[in-house]
Write a protein that binds this ligand. Sequence first.
Ligand code: AMP
Length: 221
Amino acid sequence: MALNLIMLGPPGAGKGTQAEQFAASRGIPKISTGDMLRQAVHDGTSIGLRAKATIARGELVEDDVMIGIVRDRLAQADARAGFVLDGFPRTVAQAGALDEMMVLRDSLIIVEIVVEEAELVRRLSTRLVCDECGATAHGFGVGVERRTACRNCGGGLVQRSDDDDKVVRERLRIYQRQTKPLVEYYQGRPTFRSVDGLQAPDRVAADLAAAIASAGEGVAP
Ligand code: AMP
């Protein structure tokens, strides 16, 4: 049975890091719409050119664009055995479209990572990303010596332009308004779980694996 997983949660909750690790451990692709859009901006594709200013403002790219990107990606062969979606869906319209894409596929497992807002602001404002491989590093800023090279690949670490304080606040506001309603959309399903994202990353990973295993028991064969 395919493991079709969605990671829900606000920016800075640790979705990307956890999704990456979990997907690698199961040999299924991690599909991050944020990474795909940043790549499109970098490559100067038509979607990238249209999305660039929206991303910079911390707003959401149009639903039809995002739904098209994800539909194409999920149709690729490597997603047949399962996938981990990170950053999609972000609106109820996207969630509805994803449900339609799942007709004839195994049910979605939905895990929400819960982290309070003050901690999200702290994490995002001290986050650096590798400009080569996209890996995340923490420790930028007050009282912590700044690391300059990526632990993964030795690439340069930079702050994501949308991790700027003002944009972070806008992203969190948009999360509350447009993405948080997805918890209500999904929480009645037998395959919905929540995990405490305030714990150390290893603990979050262990809880996540346990949540996915128990939710998997709710997936009809
Ligand atoms: P992320 O890396 O997931 O924080 O995404 C970075 C930015 O890309 C977001 O702030 C949005 O502007 C855009 N984005 C990523 N995924 C979506 C989505 N599913 N719907 C709309 N916009 C998105």
